[in-house]
Design a protein around this ligand. Structure first.
Ligand code: ATP
Ligand code: MG
Ligand code: MG
Length: 377
């Protein structure tokens, strides 16, 4: 079997590696000028400058079982064109629904899935009234292209709003209530062509400055009510979209239940813990689902911490200190960029704290200390 991955970053790399393990080969189709360092040696890389050229690349391949994406920000025109001749999985509509925050909210509203109170300001003249309608504190978000908190501004108070130079804002913007959540969790599910759905246990996610820095899986002390709410919501979404593959749903847990923050029609950073657990990894399950192979195990008896490495791989981490496993994405260093991650399996909070202290010796940063404060018994 052979899969075409539109993209060449770390998610493409991890998908291809998982595919290799189960006899699925991968070819990468990417725009000219985009680095393919992460996927080096894993399969052919085809370059294109236009949708037609990309289609010509695919037409030249002997057999294509499925085409998939590593990011929702894949041009909808390309996905639509390829769908005419190839099985695009998840289907184009699923990916397009997650490209624009307004469309994503419309989908969630339509399915009665709770989200933070929000409204869209389309032009400057409407901004003040939308801001007043939502109330402070609030978050302004660009409708598309944002990731890792880019394109977002938190406004805590009316005073802060008045001192903001509104002319620096580019409209339209999603104006959203800032939620005083208990914590952030994400649910990752996988759906087969026959409609079988399996869920991984939700992870608890720690963000700093809008960037995911760590996931604890499974999330500690998760009530059955919250778990059911999460699984019901993601089931509704996947069934509505006739989804095929892995999908992630990011949520805020509040005293009144879950609010969905955003959706990812793909494998997700908060699921990287599945590479070092007693489950089938999210990458393998995605490859299984899109090629029609039976789904693998998603329930775990273990505890795993996933720690993102931002900026560059610290020199002291050239080898992962026991008992961590290190994943190096082979990306060039850039401040705040996700260049790798560490996974750690732990048996209890005591051994987790002790492993983090070991890590602090080779990786002196505020994250380790912040994480230690997040550990629950
Ligand atoms: P990602 O890299 O996950 O795609 P993104 O740039 O698309 O991120 P969001 O997921 O919307 O952005 O926001 C990033 C983080 O910012 C959230 O995980 C959360 O920590 C914080 N955040 C976003 N919206 C809100 C909100 N309404 N209230 C409180 N915190 C928020
Ligand atoms: Mg996002
Ligand atoms: Mg997010």
């Amino acid at each position: 079997m052979s899969v075409v991955i539109l993209g060449s970053g770390q998610l493409a790399k991890m998908l291809a590696e998982a595919g290799n393990e189960i006899g699925i080969s991968s070819t990468f189709v990417v725009k000219h000028g985009v680095s393919a360092d992460p996927v080096g040696g894993l399969g052919e890389v085809h370059r294109h400058d236009s949708d037609d050229q990309a289609q010509a690349c695919l037409d030249s391949l002997p057999n294509v079982t499925a085409v998939t994406v590593e990011t929702e920000n894949t041009a909808s025109s390309l996905l639509s064109l390829l769908s005419e001749s190839f099985p695009v999985r998840p289907n184009t509509a699923c990916v397009v629904a997650c490209q624009n925050r307004e469309h994503e909210r419309q989908l969630l509203d339509q399915l009665n899935i709770p989200t933070a109170p929000h409204a869209v300001a389309r032009e400057h003249s409407a901004l003040t009234s939308v801001v007043e309608q939502i109330g402070f504190p609030l978050v302004l978000k660009t409708l598309s292209e944002g990731y890792d908190g880019k394109g977002q501004w938190v406004v805590e108070s009316a005073k802060e709003w008045e001192s903001l130079d509104q002319s620096t804002l580019t409209l339209p913007l999603l104006v959203e209530k800032k939620i005083d959540f208990i914590r952030e969790i994400s649910l990752i599910g996988v759906r087969s062509p026959e409609g079988e759905i399996r869920f991984y246990p939700p992870a608890e996610n720690i963000h700093i400055g809008g960037i995911l820095i760590a996931s604890f899986a499974p999330a500690a002390n998760l009530s059955n009510t919250i778990l059911q709410q999460a699984e019901t919501n993601l089931t509704k979404l996947m069934e509505h979209l006739d989804y095929q593959g892995v999908m992630a749903m990011e949520c805020f847990q509040t005293a009144d239940g879950l609010l969905v923050n955003e959706l990812a029609p793909r494998v997700h950073n908060s699921g990287h813990w599945t590479m070092d657990s007693d489950v089938t990894s999210q990458f393998e399950n995605h490859m299984r689902a899109i090629t029609g192979k039976p789904l693998g195990i998603t329930q775990t008896q273990k505890h795993t911490l996933m720690l993102n490495i931002l900026g560059e791989i610290p020199a002291g981490l050239s080898a992962a200190p026991e008992p961590f496993s290190l994943y190096d994405y082979r990306k060039s260093a850039r401040p705040g960029r996700k260049v790798g991650h560490l996974n750690l399996q732990y048996s209890d909070s005591k051994s987790l704290v002790s492993a983090l202290h070991t890590l602090a010796k080779v990786w002196p940063n505020e994250f380790v200390q912040t994480l230690i404060t997040q550990i629950k018994d």
